[in-house]
Design a protein around this ligand. Structure first.
Ligand code: AKG
Ligand code: FE2
Length: 149
């Protein structure tokens, strides 16, 4: 879980709340307050997330879910831009394989690779969570690194 507090910045164009990234796990469930700032990347455009209705949760797909679904679900690149006069708070909960499975090998799920009876080539090699997260910590999104050529 990560709790974020973004103070106002009088010159928001000179800073960034949170730099662009994808989340590494399967799903992120995000509670944000009523102030805007979160943006998601749609092709080459940054799109403002609309203000959440009271109590609404934002659900982001992460890189590990993209890997095990063989690209059926795509992780979303996002960032938080600073605001000139309002603060912003958010709480993000990250969901993925438990640490008891950290050395288990995961790859594109056979059920998804073979969906509909048609054979679909796996896009990624098998990897365990420790290797996946180590790569993420040093380099950002690990997806292209674990792609089969
Ligand atoms: O503060 C936000 O809305 C986003 C936080 C976030 O992207 C993260 O914790 O990974
Ligand atoms: Fe994030």
């Amino acid at each position: 879980m990560a709790c974020h507090y973004y103070p106002p910045c009088p010159q928001p164009h000179l800073t960034i709340g949170s730099s662009k990234h994808t989340d590494p796990f399967c799903l992120t469930i995000l509670l944000q307050d009523h102030n805007q700032g979160l943006q998601v990347r749609n092709h080459d455009r940054w799109v403002d997330m609309p203000k959440s209705a009271q109590g609404a949760l934002v659900v982001n797909v992460g890189d590990f879910l993209q890997l095990i679904t063989n690209d059926k679900f795509k992780s979303v690149e996002h960032r938080v831009v600073a605001q000139s006069s309002t603060t912003r708070s958010s709480v993000a909960c990250f969901f993925g394989p438990g640490s008891e499975n950290k050395y288990r090998l995961y790859g594109p799920a056979k059920e998804l690779v073979l969906l509909g009876g048609d054979h679909v080539e796996p896009v990624y090699r098998e990897v365990h969570l420790v290797e996946f997260l180590d790569y993420f910590k040093s380099n950002g999104s690990p997806l292209s690194h674990f792609k089969l050529s």
